[in-house]
Design a protein. Structure first.
Length: 460
């Protein structure tokens, strides 16, 4: 029997407790915006209850339930949410992919101290790995759309383990740059599993907040443990073996992933990307780049401004703890707040904190409070970028590029900040980051004033 024609504005009802999505679909070949419905187990029951919404206004007109028992031909771009076990496994796998951020100070410092790489070559290693992670997220998303998710995650974790094992006892800039680049590709592929998990979640802001909190806790633990360990007298090799152990655990966690870990796909009549989505991704990259630039030079700035090393020893862990609290707060309340104003407020607060750093008197208490606020706002704001991308592009394709944009922004702005610091000094580098925060805040404020820029609309 042919699918029953369903007019725009029709609603099918069933008394089943379920989850909702606003999505773009083809219903009997017609492009519409649909409210889809999923069971608590993530099973698509959209044929039992869904609402076709007319454009440009989102409204629905209830029609009698169909009695033919034949579901309409619905083709949607967003796969259903992952089951709870698979969702948390994907977030853990992605957290292992970004674990190196917590280990970088111990790992890179040890490589230099053990004369396995020179001071001037350190930046090249970091830049290569960052770029490789960005590329790996794209490759990972592509592989997940073509191969079973469990296989992709396990293969990526295996490559991650092998690449880190190969670096034990390795020395020389060329060798380490190449191996960290390979490691970065595997790390990016692992991160893509978490990206797909939160892109398919019912609340992207909440899922992204949980992911940020989880990865930060793992990084905090790794940063605390790594300096205490050695392997045959080498702290660098001990840090590498910590990554190997995490990769082995990630391989085990990959067994809990569903086979279907497909990312939201592009629609049939063109790319899901649009100019507003590209601007939002640019803003996310600039915001992350300015954050990383401040974070990278915070310890040096404190020492250059006459603070004792003990102040840095307190301020840095305090910032990390505040980051976890910010991510958890975003997971709890982020989806209740409008995304563009949240981004504007977060960027404004960071700009004010930069000004405070540059103008405040020599006061340890102010340093502690400012550092904690900096970390809290950092991870409270990041999930709002994910939500903003969903507002702009309900197909959820744009949000898959969020990690890429943030990695590219971190690499580019950090490099630019290094040039500015070398040319004009630390305060100028901080001022440049403050200017970036101000520009991001202004753009987000304009987006919140003009809702048409970020409304959920079809681009078929």
């Amino acid at each position: 029997m042919a699918p029953t024609p369903v007019p725009r504005g029709a609603e099918l009802r069933t008394p089943i407790s379920a989850r909702f999505f606003i999505d773009r679909c083809l219903v009997n070949g017609e492009a519409v915006v649909v409210r889809r419905r999923f069971s608590p187990q993530g099973v698509d029951i959209g044929h039992q209850r869904w609402v076709v919404m007319s454009e440009p206004r989102r409204h629905s007109v209830t029609a009698p339930a169909l009695s033919t028992g034949v579901s309409p031909d619905i083709d949607c771009t967003v796969p259903p949410p992952l089951p709870s076990t698979g969702f948390h496994a994907a977030l853990f796998v992605g957290s292992v992919g970004i674990l190196v951020v917590g280990l970088q100070p111990a790992l890179l410092g040890a490589l230099v101290n053990e004369q396995r790489i020179g001071d001037g070559e350190l930046g090249v290693v970091v830049l290569m790995e960052t770029i490789a992670i960005a590329i790996g997220t794209l490759l990972g998303a592509r592989m997940l759309s073509r191969f079973p998710g469990r296989f992709v995650a396990m293969a990526s974790a295996f490559a991650f383990v092998v690449a880190n094992v190969a670096q034990v006892n390795a020395a020389g800039a060329v060798m380490l740059v190449a191996l960290r680049g390979v490691t970065g590709l595997a790390e990016g592929a692992l991160i893509s599993a978490a990206m797909v998990a939160y892109a398919r979640a019912r609340s992207v802001e909440r899922a992204n907040g949980i992911y940020l909190a989880e990865q930060t806790v793992l990084q905090l633990l790794a940063a605390a443990i790594a300096p205490q360990l050695t392997f045959h007298g080498s702290r660098a090799d001990a840090a590498l073996l910590m990554l190997v152990g995490a990769g082995v655990v990630a391989m085990a966690a990959a067994l809990l992933l569903p086979q279907d870990l497909r990312p939201p796909r592009e629609d049939q009549q063109g790319s899901a990307m649009s100019l507003p989505a590209l601007v939002a991704l640019l803003g996310a990259g600039l915001f992350m780049g300015a954050i990383v630039a401040i974070w990278s030079y915070l310890g040096l700035w404190l020492s250059r401004n006459g603070y004792d090393p003990g102040v840095e020893a307190v301020a840095i862990p305090l910032t990390l703890i505040a980051e976890v609290l910010g991510a958890l707060a975003a997971a709890r309340w982020g989806d209740r707040l409008p995304n563009a104003p949240t981004v504007a407020a977060g960027a404004t607060v960071q700009c004010v904190l930069v000004v405070l750093f540059l103008t405040m008197p020599h006061n340890v208490l102010i340093v502690y409070l400012s550092s904690a606020m900096f970390g809290f706002v950092w991870l409270f704001t990041l999930p709002a970028f994910a939500g903003l991308l969903i507002d702009i592009d309900p197909t959820r394709r744009a949000v898959l590029y969020l990690a890429l944009a943030q990695m590219c922004g971190a690499a580019a702005i950090s490099a630019l900040s290094g040039v500015i610091v070398g040319w004009r000094g630390l305060n100028s580098g901080f001022a440049a980051s403050g200017t970036i925060f101000a520009l991001v805040a202004l753009a987000a404020l304009l987006a919140s004033i003009e809702p048409a820029l970020v409304r959920r609309k079809s681009t078929f």
